[in-house]
Design a protein around this ligand. Structure first.
Ligand SMILES: Nc1ncnc2c1ncn2[C@@H]1O[C@H](COP(=O)(O)OP(=O)(O)OP(=O)(O)O)[C@@H](O)[C@H]1O
Ligand SMILES: [Mg+2]
Length: 257
């Protein structure tokens, strides 16, 4: 099976701060992977490297077989269309309707003029497809509702539909279930993993809910201070490794005190 992602010694810094530190990993096409780890451990930065919005300061990164550093603007744009991202705060436009937000999902592959036209007057073909997608994610009755009038769980579903409208080969979801109750969070994660299984796209998710990660993902990657400290199945994650992943360091305890 070919790779969705291959990273060799990838480092990404913001000034002096090393957010992702010499990370090497390989994700196969069709895999479902959860990135876990404390706040600030580098999960979002890693996801932004995978979707090519950030460029490594050193190391090599290939996405869907393409060495990202070698790609020109046009090839990069083509690659980004194949990788959908649900950003940490969903990135929905609150005063637009669900259908308009979903239409924006295909913006990357369409000209600006076409995107604006689609936004104002979605074609009947797009509308039909979006209707089906919203049906698939369980909110078909919200097609013409403004995002600002939806619950947290419903917004997550619009964000999933928007990502799927891109027909992605990979879906990267950065903390897709924050700010909802545990039952809604479980439903959304179940929906995402089910869709990945059904449609065959690779799914990489960052999750604070360790229990959900363990229940729905066959592979967990634990990050701490930008480094991988664990990479394996939920069954193989033991207490010592969990402690190493989430325990506050002496320095952090001093800061919290
Ligand atoms: N644009 C940026 N400029 C400067 N520093 C940044 C930037 N983005 C992230 N960082 C820093 O990089 C480190 C990793 O941040 P990142 O957002 O990747 O962590 P995270 O694991 O996603 O955290 P959380 O669980 O809170 O979302 C943090 O120390 C953060 O402050
Ligand atoms: Mg984050």
């Amino acid at each position: 099976m070919s790779s969705a992602f291959q990273l060799h010694g990838v480092t990404c810094q913001f000034g002096d701060l090393v957010a992702v530190d010499e990370v090497s990993l390989s994700v196969k096409k069709g895999e479902r992977v959860a990135f876990i780890g404390p706040s600030g451990s580098g999960k979002t930065t890693l996801i932004r490297l995978l979707n090519t919005m950030l460029v490594p300061d050193s190391g090599e990164l290939s996405a869907l077989g393409e060495p990202v550093a070698d790609l020109g603007v046009a090839s990069l744009r083509d690659l980004r269309v194949r990788i959908a991202t649900m950003p940490q705060h969903l990135g929905l436009v609150e005063n637009l309707t669900a259908i308009q937000n979903v239409v924006l999902g295909r913006g990357g592959s369409r000209s600006t003029i076409r995107s604006i036209r689609d936004l104002l007057f979605p074609s009947s073909r797009d509308a039909q497809e979006i209707h089906k997608l919203l049906d698939r994610v369980g909110i078909e009755d919200k097609l013409y509702t403004a995002i600002s009038k939806l619950s947290g769980g419903q917004k997550q579903r619009v964000a999933i539909a928007r990502a799927l409208f891109q027909n992605p080969e990979v879906l990267l979801a950065d903390e897709p279930v924050s700010a909802v109750d545990p039952a809604r969070a479980r439903d959304t994660v179940k929906l995402l993993t089910g869709l990945s299984e059904e449609l065959g796209f690779t799914l990489c998710v960052s999750l604070h809910h360790l229990e959900l990660a363990k229940e729905f993902f066959p592979r967990l990657i634990g990050l701490r201070d930008g480094r991988i400290v664990f990479d394996g199945s939920p069954e193989s994650l033991n207490e010592t490794e969990l402690d190493a992943l989430y325990q506050l360091s002496a320095e952090e305890m001093m800061t919290d005190a």
